[in-house]
Design a protein around this ligand. Structure first.
Ligand code: UDP
Ligand code: MG
Length: 143
């Protein structure tokens, strides 16, 4: 087990539907600690850059437009095996395939509007955290 940090986003549908608290509650119950958070409305350029890995996919244009449709809240989660644990709490991309009790199974309305983003590896987590936060924006827990 390793102490890790990962990047989480409550996407525009989750913020619009007042699900921030519900999602945060699931992180905290899973033992993930929020060590930084900020709300912002992504520009098209920011969303395109964040999801650049998907730029050749058929869903890319719609994904960028969805991610810019309203404010999001981005947070850094810290904990043992935080990357994998967070993905487990979120569930599969498609809510129809997500395990019962996960964020996406319980709250998402479609494969696109699936409420939450989570980094998929420690390497990508570092890149995605730096996309939203300076090291000085993050606060390690002292108790
Ligand atoms: N997405 C979509 N259609 C698809 C696959 C993905 O609209 O067929 C969207 C969805 O919002 C997803 C995001 O693109 O969360 C990024 O896709 P990825 O495969 O990285 O899924 P994730 O890592 O979010 O589970
Ligand atoms: Mg992904």
């Amino acid at each position: 087990m390793a102490l890790e940090r990962t990047l989480s986003i409550v996407k525009p549908d989750g913020v619009a539907r007042n699900l921030i608290g519900d999602v945060y509650n699931r992180f905290e119950k899973a033992g993930l600690r929020i060590v930084g958070a900020r709300m912002l409305h992504l520009t098209t350029a920011q969303a395109e850059s964040f999801y650049a890995v998907h730029s050749e996919r058929g869903f890319f244009k719609d994904l960028v437009s969805y991610m810019c449709s309203g404010p999001v809240i981005a947070q850094v989660l810290e904990g043992e095996d935080a990357v994998a644990k967070h993905r487990e709490v979120m569930g599969a991309t498609d809510p129809k395939k997500a395990a019962p009790g996960t964020i996406r199974a319980d709250l998402a309305t479609s494969i696109e509007e699936n409420v939450a983003h989570g980094s998929d590896s420690v390497e990508n987590a570092a890149r995605e955290i730096a996309f939203f936060f300076a090291e000085t924006d993050l606060c390690s827990r002292t108790r």
